[in-house]
Design a binder for this molecule. Structure first.
Ligand code: 9L3
Ligand code: MG
Length: 138
């Protein structure tokens, strides 16, 4: 096995929820979690046997208390970041329709932010390159 493949690849799914004003939801990771204090696109790990979309629907319910229809999840771009002990691969989905009220169940802050202002918020290294894609899109 080569050095490059010696670390595991972890698949995490994330979403840019977009409101009618074109603002995007970011959420702050709480104390006690890895990357605490960083603002991220919500999401989490894909569990064994899940499709990425199923994982994202589950995470959105757990983290934000909202229900999303799979047909409303559009894959947009992949993030890729090499941490010291794992390689994070993270597709970012776009979603403009959900039901329920967005509530921070696992984060300690939520913000709806214009793409042009996203760079004001400290984000995990995997998420940061996604800002430019969203700026170009929205
Ligand atoms: N992560 C990075 N950016 C994100 C998300 C949702 C997750 N937008 C990273 C943080 C952790 C790993 O992926 O290293 C797993 O995330 P979680 O299960 O701790 O949310
Ligand atoms: Mg998460």
């Amino acid at each position: 096995m080569s050095e490059a493949s010696a670390v595991p690849t972890v698949l995490v799914v994330a979403v840019a929820l977009i409101d009618p004003d074109g603002r995007v939801l970011i959420a702050r990771r709480p104390e006690g979690k890895q990357l605490a204090g960083m603002w991220e696109f919500p999401g989490g790990k894909v569990e064994p046997g899940e499709r990425p979309e199923q994982a994202l629907i589950r995470e959105l319910k757990e983290e934000l208390g909202i229900d999303v229809n799979e047909a409303c999840l559009a894959p947009f771009v992949f993030a890729s970041h090499a941490y010291e002990n794992f390689h994070l691969l993270m597709p970012l989905y776009l979603c403009r329709r959900w039901s329920g009220v967005v509530t921070a169940k696992e984060h300690d802050g939520l913000a709806w932010v214009k793409p042009s202002k996203l760079s004001d918020y400290p984000m995990p290294p995997a998420d940061e390159p996604l800002i430019a894609w969203l700026r170009d899109l929205l």
